[in-house]
Design a protein around this ligand. Structure first.
Ligand code: SF4
Length: 455
């Protein structure tokens, strides 16, 4: 059977799955492998989608499944597809009614499908979108835009907002993501804009990628210079080499050049930058001030009344700006689940577990026991962190390595404590990155500094 959901047009033999691993065939039709099953459904501010000009600070129910039709190197969500087998056993089955009920009960303005590509869970997303619209909720998604025209047309009447991710501006870059061409993406972007769906762009910026980013900006500007353009400074997740990461200064410089084409340009994945603020294109004053909030996320700090500049310029915001900051824990925003899974994998690597089967077994255990909900808190306290390491070690037969790891850190804390002696402990201000941003007080790094010598 030929799958017509995305432009890969996989031919799927009976009992097999397409390239995304999420669509199967019984020989007479194509079906979703995990219908109505979600990895997560959590309330979060829309800035963690991210969207910057749409209902700022509005709470939405963020849902995701797993899988993607692209295979981009260094994807922040790559861990979801790498460990599909482990994760799929612990999906939550939720009917569209249950998801919408949850969104309403939590006071959300709508639902948004992010983290992974909604096309690979097309039927689930469409059922959810239909139910959400019936209940008066807003519906959005982030997508790589590689759907077929027919698939997109089936969604457009249900969509209020979309974050379209651009991997680059030419076919060669899209080849590196495992697909043939950028053309369907540009076609779909134009169609969404034509149909009045609210669109923001997130475009990846890799080191030496200035020319391609500017081309992408020109392609977007040809539709409207007012489309917000989020520059995603590339962070090398997974096996991507560090050399692909541009410096903060390179990223800020390219944003200045992109502003020659587009009025609203934002720099993400960059602690401490001013380029995540909304500036008045007329006089340059700051209208909305935001900060880094983890990968692909922003946090809105403050703003001028009604997002209007003193010079009279009105920032084009859709919907109300919500006064109550989102009830987020930690700075990872909507990427809590992905980050928790990444932390599990990192701990396992430290204790010498690198094979996929054993890593999958631990991930399955964490998800099945609900440990994932408390993992961030546990990993940000020294004793609880090492208890968690011990737990993973017991599951994988790496107790000796875990013991050595605990001793290694404990010895260093003790050595500093001995040298500090009875000296007064100064307050600790822990920062990250360059330029620097303050770290949350309850992060493991802050705890490790405070334990021997700070307060
Ligand atoms: S949605 Fe999946 S199965 Fe269908 S064409 Fe795309 S990659 Fe292939």
């Amino acid at each position: 059977m030929k799958c017509t959901l995305c432009e890969r047009h996989c031919h799927i033999a009976a009992g097999q799955a397409g390239a995304c691993g999420m669509i199967t065939s019984d020989g007479s039709s194509i079906q979703e492998r995990y219908p109505d099953r979600y990895l997560a459904a959590v309330e979060t501010a829309i800035e963690s989608m991210p969207m910057v000009h749409y209902h700022p600070r509005g709470q939405f129910l963020q849902v995701c499944t797993v899988g993607c039709n692209f295979t981009c190197r260094g994807c922040v969500s790559g861990i979801l597809t790498d460990h599909l087998t482990a994760i799929q056993g612990t999906f939550q089955t939720m009917t569209p009614e249950a998801v919408v009920d949850k969104a309403i009960a939590l006071g959300c303005l709508g639902v948004m499908f992010c983290f992974n590509e909604p096309t690979v869970s097309y039927f689930t997303f469409r059922r959810l979108a239909e139910m959400a619209k019936r209940q008066g909720l807003r519906v959005g998604c982030s997508t790589n835009g590689y759907m077929t025209e027919a698939a997109l047309d089936g969604l457009i009447p249900l969509l209020d907002f979309v974050n379209m991710g651009l991997k680059g501006a030419c076919d060669e870059t899209y080849h590196a993501c495992g697909v043939a061409s950028i053309a369907p993406v540009l076609r779909n972007l134009a169609r969404l804009v034509d149909c009045g769906v609210y669109v923001e762009i997130s475009a990846i910026f890799r080191r030496h990628g200035e020319t391609e980013l500017l081309q992408a900006a020109e392609q977007v500007a040809a539709l409207s210079a007012d489309i917000p353009f989020q520059v995603m400074r590339f962070i090398p997740f997974g096996d991507a080499p560090e050399e692909m990461e541009p410096s903060v200064r390179q990223a800020e410089a390219v944003c200045s050049r992109v502003r020659q084409h587009l009025r609203h340009v934002y720099l993400f994945n960059t602690p401490g930058t001013d380029a995540l603020n909304s500036r008045c294109p007329a006089c340059g004053e700051t209208i909305m001030r935001r900060g880094f909030f983890g990968p692909m996320c922003a946090n809105l700090f403050d703003y001028r009344p009604d997002a209007r500049c003193d010079c009279g310029y009105q920032l084009p915001i859709v919907g109300e700006i919500h006064d109550t900051p989102a009830n987020e824990s930690g700075y990872f925003g909507g990427y809590r689940t992905i980050n928790a899974l990444s932390m599990i994998r990192s701990i396992l690597e430290v204790i010498g577990v690198t094979d996929k089967t054993r890593t999958d077994a631990v991930i399955s255990h964490v998800l099945a026991t609900d440990l994932i909900k408390t993992l961030h808190n546990r990993l940000n306290r020294i004793e609880a962190y090492f208890d968690t390491v011990d737990e993973f070690a017991a599951m994988t037969g790496r107790e000796a390595r875990a013991k050595a790891f605990r001793h290694y850190v404990g010895d260093r804390v003790a050595a500093i404590q001995a040298k500090v002696g009875d000296l007064p402990k100064p307050p600790v201000y822990c920062t990250l990155g360059h330029p620097r941003i303050a770290m949350f007080v309850d992060k493991m790094e802050s705890c490790l500094i405070e334990a021997p010598a700070g307060s």
